[in-house]
Ligand binder design. Structure first.
Ligand code: ASP
Length: 296
């Protein structure tokens, strides 16, 4: 039996793909800051759910990532956001899809989870739910960066650049696990398209008995393979986390020849991460914040 990792653990990602050179430093600083922010929640005794929400909020507010402010634009030139969150203790989950005017979609997803009745709300209904939950709307222009507007104007011909979806997995002091994912989706997507990041089991999954996972990459391929839950089932079948992550990404390569990346944690607090793209900027802390590691 492998040893338990002492203390809280958090691992975040900033999207699978090829990061354009002028964004590399900002992405590395961004994931590092998000991991530290989530870890501070855990070190104060906060729950894994609170920690992944906090880490993802930091990345949603950072224009270097494709989530919240800085999200890529759909075919109509609008920002439509997907996000989800899951509590590994109870399997409670919340998600929103194709939502406009919300600065922190992960917080809206958490409100859906806390409300308890539904798991996924989309579009106009999700906006109405946000108002009822006291989550204010923002001016949609404040979510659009010059970079994303320029990409849209160029019709995204340079497809190589990483969109920069964000995600986090955490284990708190009481060994509860949680996962969250947030994205603007794929550049130039059809209005109304909802990707894996809003779908429990595909982009996000957490179950204290198995592990916690957040995915990034080609959402349509990830959905076909129910990737987050499939990866955790591999963990449950006794694979160690790095091997499970690698195997999950190999499934996407083999079956869909599409881009994918995944981060995961097992119940012992061990980390797994893999990608089939040139980069996926990640940061993690196991134990104390001086052990922060940022990796591509
Ligand atoms: N998986 C996201 C989506 O398809 C995009 C990404 O992770 O880059 O919406």
């Amino acid at each position: 039996m492998p040893a338990d990792t002492p203390g809280p653990v958090i691992l975040v990602h900033g999207g699978a793909g090829k990061v354009s050179p002028d964004l590399v430093d900002a992405r590395r600083a961004g994931v590092g800051g998000a991991a530290l922010s989530g870890w501070q929640v855990l070190s104060r005794g906060g729950s894994a759910v609170e920690a992944v929400e906090q880490a993802v909020r930091v990345l949603e507010d950072d224009p270097a990532f494709n989530a919240g402010c800085g999200a890529c634009l759909n075919r109509d030139g609008a920002v439509e956001l997907d996000a989800s969150i899951m509590d590994g203790r109870s399997l409670a989950a919340g998600a929103i899809g194709a939502v406009q005017r919300i600065a922190n979609p992960v917080t809206l997803a958490r409100a859906v989870m806390e409300a308890g009745r539904h798991i996924l709300l989309v579009g106009e209904g999700a906006r109405r739910f946000a108002a009822e939950a006291g989550i204010g709307e923002c001016d949609p222009e404040t979510l659009i960066t010059e970079r994303q507007r320029a990409r849209w104007a160029a019709l995204y011909e340079e497809k190589a650049e990483a969109p920069g979806t964000v995600g986090a997995v955490a284990r708190d002091r009481t060994r509860r696990l949680a996962a969250a994912t947030s994205t603007g989706g794929l550049p130039f997507k059809a209005p109304g398209r909802v990707g894996d990041s809003a779908l429990i089991g595909c982009g996000t999954y957490a179950d204290d008995r198995l592990g916690a996972a957040s995915c990034t990459g080609d959402g349509e391929a990830i959905i076909k393979l129910v990737l987050a839950k499939s990866a955790l089932d591999l963990l449950g079948a006794d694979r160690e986390p790095m091997g499970a992550a690698r195997h999950a990404v190999e499934l996407v390569t083999a079956w869909a020849r599409a881009d994918a990346g995944i981060i995961l944690l097992d119940p012992l607090g061990r980390i797994g991460r893999a990608r089939n793209t040139p980069q996926m900027t990640c940061a993690f802390i196991q134990g104390d914040p001086s052990a922060l590691q940022v990796v591509d």
